[in-house]
Design a protein around this ligand. Structure first.
Ligand SMILES: *Cc1c(COP(=O)(O)O)cnc(C)c1O
Length: 405
């Protein structure tokens, strides 16, 4: 076997399809979000405005969050020093789990090293340990949920995206006495659409299925205390498990589930991806606590963020740049071609100091390649005008389709 040749050939086919991933080498400027320095391959450095951050509210730069992290490092040192079981449980972790349980109105919470791990470990453990479990997964679920479900080796049924009727049809075909797990998201982050949570719960309840909701793109963003879409709709108690991340709107890192005491204790006790890995650094937990507490009592960031989303959409409309309508904070601009999408992104970065990553297959289906803009409360009206005028120029240069007014 020619190992090196194999790797090269595989990478070559990614390049040919225009979906070879190139990372932008950035240094974020604390206090100047969303500005960053970009380190170019030739060694030079330039200023860019980041337009695709999942630090949706700029909480990664919030002075209280930074102060909490700094204080925790001074108090506890750098790392946790072990797995949660063997000396790694720090008081900050315990406090964070209380804060999260309260956020979602649940009895308990369990934190993981990332949202990916929380989905993979929790879904994997529930689906493999519940005897004869059948899993019902929305067709557009995130890779971390898919991998967890696959890893469980449980029987899988994929229901049509956001379609409670299809879910009902599939649930009806499985023995009513078998355990069932319905897994879905609230905000789907590539199209920015929001699921009909209440209708899905109606169907799941009818079939006595457990419900597992990924609110990764909604926590901190929706609901009066940032508890997510289920909080906004007053139905958090209808979900058996609410999963979230500390790495997106909360601006830090880590993932979690919230649920009943027994369910959290079960995952804590049986999930390999929880047990056999070093706990989050205490300072990360302290930063997350500060961020969650802030967003529980402050609507300022959420309101300003919505204002900037509306302003960007208005600007795009005026310039005739087509963008996908949705009810969330995500503004997808469809390009529909991997090579063009990457070319536009490179042009914006090199010529306009605008950083928006091209979103290509397998993150989205082929033919739906796009730019995904995430305005934050810290983008200015001038940032928006600069972005829209650069896109306008590109749309003329490349003879891209305009939106029909
Ligand atoms: C980003 C993401 C995750 C993973 O969360 P991380 O904390 O980044 O690991 C899980 N689910 C969805 C829907 C996501 O978009």
């Amino acid at each position: 076997m020619d190992y090196a040749g194999f790797f090269e050939q595989q990478l070559g086919s990614l390049r040919d399809e225009g979906r070879y991933r190139v990372f932008a080498d950035l240094a974020r400027h604390q206090g100047q979000f969303p500005k960053a320095a970009r380190y170019k391959p030739d060694g030079s450095v330039s200023d860019v405005t980041v337009w695709c951050s999942n630090d949706y509210l700029g909480m990664g730069q919030n002075p209280d969050v930074i102060a909490a992290m700094t204080a925790a490092i001074k108090q506890c040192g750098a790392g946790a020093g072990g797995t949660r079981n063997i000396s790694g449980t720090n008081h900050h972790h315990v406090e964070l789990e209380r804060e999260l349980a309260d956020l979602h109105g649940k009895e308990a919470a369990l934190i993981f090293t990332s949202g990916y791990v929380s989905n993979w470990a929790s879904l994997g453990t529930l689906a493999s340990k519940l005897p004869g479990c059948a899993v019902f997964s929305d067709a557009d679920n995130h890779a971390s949920m898919i991998e967890g479900i696959r890893h469980s080796k449980a029987e899988r049924h994929i229901w049509k995206h956001n379609d409670p009727e299809d879910l009902d049809r599939l649930l009806s075909q499985v023995d009513p006495d078998r355990p069932k797990l319905v897994a879905f998201e609230s905000v789907y982050s590539m199209d920015g659409d929001i699921s009909p949570i209440a209708e899905i719960c109606d169907v799941a309840e009818k079939h006595n299925a457990l419900t597992y909701l990924d609110e990764v793109h909604a926590v901190g963003m929706y609901g009066p205390r940032g508890g997510g879409v289920a909080e906004r709709e007053g139905i958090m108690d209808r979900l058996d498990v609410i999963e979230g991340t500390l790495g997106k709107a909360f601006g830090v890192m880590g993932g979690y589930i919230t649920a009943s005491t027994q369910l959290c204790d079960f995952v804590r006790s049986f999930a390999s991806g929880f047990i056999f890995t070093t706990a989050l650094p205490p300072a990360v937990a302290a930063g997350a606590i500060s961020s969650i507490r802030h967003l529980k009592q402050s609507d300022t960031e959420r309101l300003k963020q919505r204002e900037m989303v509306a302003a960007l959409r208005t600007g795009l409309d005026k310039a005739g740049i087509p963008h996908m309508p949705n009810d969330s904070h995500i503004v997808p601009v469809m390009v529909g071609d991997a090579v063009k999408c990457k070319w536009i992104s490179d042009w914006l970065l090199d010529n306009a100091g605008i950083y928006v990553q091209p979103i290509n297959y397998p993150t989205v289906p082929k033919g739906t390649e796009r730019l995904r803009f995430t305005p934050t409360p810290l983008h200015s009206q001038a940032d928006i005008e600069h972005l829209v005028s650069a896109l306008n120029e590109l749309w003329s240069q490349c003879a891209l389709a305009r939106a029909v007014a």
